[in-house]
Design a protein around this ligand. Structure first.
Ligand code: AHM
Ligand code: MG
Length: 335
């Protein structure tokens, strides 16, 4: 049940019991992410003051070392999740290995693992363009009471129990799903609360926006080149509009609201593509499907891919269902 003007805190409490495995643990977890997001938001919003406060790598006035924002965001999310003792393990795009949380035995009793990209699109920070955090939550598959294992993290995206993203943009938003639709909340910075601003988001079945880094065009495979030419062709409701921010959360968010397709194909320069299956593609694919859209690697649903390693990359096509169907058609035809 969703109500306008509801805060995220109220929403979490009200919807806690509708979640199939509900014991309150997942709600606490979402709560921890919401709090860490406020801290990161505060830091990101100061990024433009770098000339005044000092750049990453400098020493600030108190003699403390300034941290790069992606490192800081990584620390804040890991801290928020570790301190509250609500997960048994974390994997982060910023860390080579997964983290097993075992400061005391009680932590092995927790059943969730979190995978996170703490600050996605961080090259955009220097130029005051939106960045985001992307997260994904699974139930562990190894027995409760033992330390987490790699296999707890290498689950197909279909097993996600929740996923979402935070956008640090013109306003700060958290958009997430626990498998029962997608809801978006906007932070009121004056009060420090997130309010339900986009209840039950649905991606339009068709869209008119395509988002891809066309600078790589010559390196794309033929099917993707053909699809881009199709998007640009004067016919029916085409040409489509090209929009590319270079921040996945923002590009995905716009396309989800307006209808569109986001693409990061493989190319002769990046044989596996660029985006990470576990930290970027799976959470977005989960949200896309929950909102009635689609996500594919060109051949199969992203959510059905069996991951082989933590930092695996994968080609990614995601958004309005009919647009993703179309690009798959072009890719498979060109083979
Ligand atoms: P990052 O995890 O290093 O920040 O890279 C991920 C980002 C996505 O947010 C964005 O869609 C993409 O990389 C942009 O890449 P490119 O600059 O190659 O177009
Ligand atoms: Mg990233």
């Amino acid at each position: 049940m969703t109500k306008k003007n509801q805060t995220l805190g109220e929403f979490i409490i009200e919807n806690q019991t509708s979640f199939q495995y509900s014991t309150g643990e997942l709600s606490k977890l979402i709560n921890a992410i919401r709090l860490a997001a406020k801290v990161v938001n505060h830091e990101v919003s100061k990024a433009g003051l770098v000339d005044i406060l000092g750049a990453a790598g400098d020493t600030n006035i108190q003699g403390e070392d300034q941290q790069k924002l992606d490192v800081l965001a990584n620390e804040k999310f890991i801290q928020a999740l570790t301190n509250r003792e609500i997960v048994c393990g974390i994997a982060s795009e910023e860390e080579d290995e997964f983290i097993s949380i075992n400061s005391n035995d009680k932590n092995h009793q927790n059943k969730y693992v979190v995978l996170i990209d703490p600050l996605d699109g961080s090259s955009n920070i220097d130029v005051n363009v939106s960045v985001g955090t992307i997260f994904s939550i699974y139930r562990r598959v190894t027995p409760i009471g033992t330390p987490v294992q790699l296999e707890d993290f290498l689950q197909p995206g279909r097993n996600q129990v929740a996923a979402g993203y935070i956008i640090y943009g013109t306003s700060t938003m958290i958009v997430y799903s626990t498998g029962d639709g997608v809801n978006g909340f906007t932070l009121n910075p004056a009060i420090g609360s997130y309010y339900l601003s986009n209840p039950d988001i649905k991606i339009p079945e068709d869209g008119k926006i395509y988002s891809v880094n066309e600078g790589h065009y010559v390196h794309f495979h033929q099917g993707v080149k053909d699809y881009i030419k199709y998007c640009q062709k004067e016919e029916g409701d085409r040409p489509y509009t090209s929009r590319y921010i270079g921040s996945l959360a923002s590009d995905f968010h716009r396309n989800m609201i307006k209808g569109g397709i986001y693409m990061y194909p493989k190319s002769s320069k990046q044989e596996e593509g660029k985006l990470r299956l576990l930290y970027e593609c799976n959470p977005m694919a989960f949200l896309a499907e929950q909102a009635g859209g689609k996500a594919s690697d060109g051949y199969m649903p992203i959510l059905d891919i069996q991951p082989k390693e933590l930092h695996q990359r994968v080609p990614f096509f995601c958004g309005s269902k009919n647009m993703v169907d179309k690009v798959e058609e072009f890719i498979q035809k060109a083979n």
